[in-house]
Design a protein around this ligand. Structure first.
Ligand SMILES: Cc1cc2nc3c(=O)[nH]c(=O)nc-3n(C[C@H](O)[C@H](O)[C@H](O)COP(=O)(O)OP(=O)(O)OC[C@H]3O[C@@H](n4cnc5c(N)ncnc54)[C@H](O)[C@@H]3O)c2cc1C
Length: 343
């Protein structure tokens, strides 16, 4: 193990970053070390990735960077799926419908039109009551815990090292031969010394997981101050994830009965077919989306004669935009390395 490249964080953003280092920067896998307090298979309120729904949806903001991150990720996922052995890795396509209580904006819709598979605009007379716009298309669904585990297993099979370690300062990530550290610590960037980014805050979500073999499609509804979503989990024994909440600055990992009732009410109104079979609740869970004022931080810092590349703040879209974020982070590293090589 030479650990020339250390990726701190083993959430979806750290794993996409590892992938881009191998595929964009052509770094040999044996030089890569992923270091994290929590690894795939672990559960903690400080480890967001296992708690995601998770699918590709219209949750992202309409700025040019994020629209590009979405597009890059959506169009690259088939390659990742193939490398990990096909849909059984926990990543599959399924139909999706999304409805808004407001018009989502031309930037978003024009961008989606350029790449979404099977996209159709829902005719006005077919919209659910209270909504003004809708689309249908083929989306990506993740079985998040399974996908994380398979991504890690794939990396280990090609020689990437994983180390379980909690850092109190980012400088602890530099091992004797390390040239560059990628900081992919998500919500951890709020408290990790050497980073301590006060712009980072949680957007708490709660989900209810039910068993529903009869539901094989996604359905989402976006309001001004709420999000209701229904996401089937591929290769999970027919689990269906029902959500949710977007609670800013709420740090609790506890779950609440009134929120469970509220989620069940909204999701069964949006998709009454859920109740075609008796409701079987498997689990209620909460997670903290790693949000950041001004959006994700993707930038390079020089720390003495070494590099620190930040890639965190994926909020509610780490799975669907994180490949694009990581492609940018690794691209910045390649540029900075070329500048340093001139001196
Ligand atoms: C309810 C819910 C639903 C969601 N649904 C979706 C969805 O449908 N689609 C989608 O794209 N996204 C969704 N998200 C968002 C998605 O889960 C996040 O964007 C993503 O998981 C963030 O990944 P990350 O790698 O940045 O952070 P994390 O997964 O939190 O990983 C951080 C890593 O850094 C490590 N770390 C942190 N601090 C330290 C330290 N001091 N020392 C060592 N290691 C450290 C942790 O151990 C961990 O390995 C959802 C989130 C929630 C909560």
């Amino acid at each position: 193990m030479t650990a020339q490249y250390v990726i701190v964080g083993s959430g979806i953003v750290g794993l996409y970053t590892t992938y881009c280092l191998i595929n964009d920067a052509k770094v040999s896998s044996s030089k890569l070390t992923v270091m994290a307090e929590y690894l795939p298979g672990d559960e903690s309120i400080n480890y967001t990735s296992p708690w995601a729904g998770g699918n590709f949806s219209c949750i992202t903001p309409n700025d040019a960077d994020t629209l590009r991150f979405d597009k890059l990720t959506y169009t690259h996922l088939a390659i990742i799926q193939a490398k990990l052995g096909g849909p059984k890795c926990g990543l599959d396509t399924k139909p999706s419908s999304e409805y808004w209580d407001f018009y989502p904006g031309d930037e978003k819709i024009n961008s989606l039109k350029s790449y979404l598979k099977d996209l159709v605009i829902v005719p006005k007379d077919q919209l659910p009551v209270g909504t003004v716009f809708g689309i249908k298309y083929t989306t990506w669904d993740f079985n998040c815990p399974l996908f994380l585990a398979n991504f890690k297993e794939y990396f280990e099979s090609i020689g990437v090292t994983f180390i379980k370690k909690k850092l109190t300062h980012i400088s602890q990530a530099y091992l004797p031969k390390t040239k560059v550290v990628f900081n992919c610590t998500g919500i951890g960037s709020f408290s990790l010394s050497g980073v301590k980014d006060s712009k980072v805050y949680p957007t708490r979500g709660q989900v209810v997981v039910v068993r529903a073999p009869h539901i094989q499609e996604n359905r989402m509804r976006w309001g001004e101050d709420y999000a209701t979503y229904i996401i089937p989990r591929p290769y999970s024994g027919n689990q269906l994830v029902l959500g949710g909440f977007l609670q800013k600055d709420n740090w609790t990992g506890d779950t609440f009965g009134d929120q469970t009732k509220n989620i069940l009410k909204r999701t069964t109104e949006l998709m009454p077919e859920i109740l075609d079979r008796p409701l079987e609740i498997l689990r209620v869970a909460a997670g903290l989306r790693p949000s950041r004022q001004g959006g994700p931080r993707i930038e390079v810092e020089r720390v003495e004669n070494k590099l620190l590349v930040h890639n965190y703040g994926a909020s509610g879209y780490g799975y669907q935009a994180g490949f694009g974020m990581s492609h940018k982070a690794v691209g910045l590293y390649i540029k900075e390395k070329a500048i340093l090589a001139r001196f």
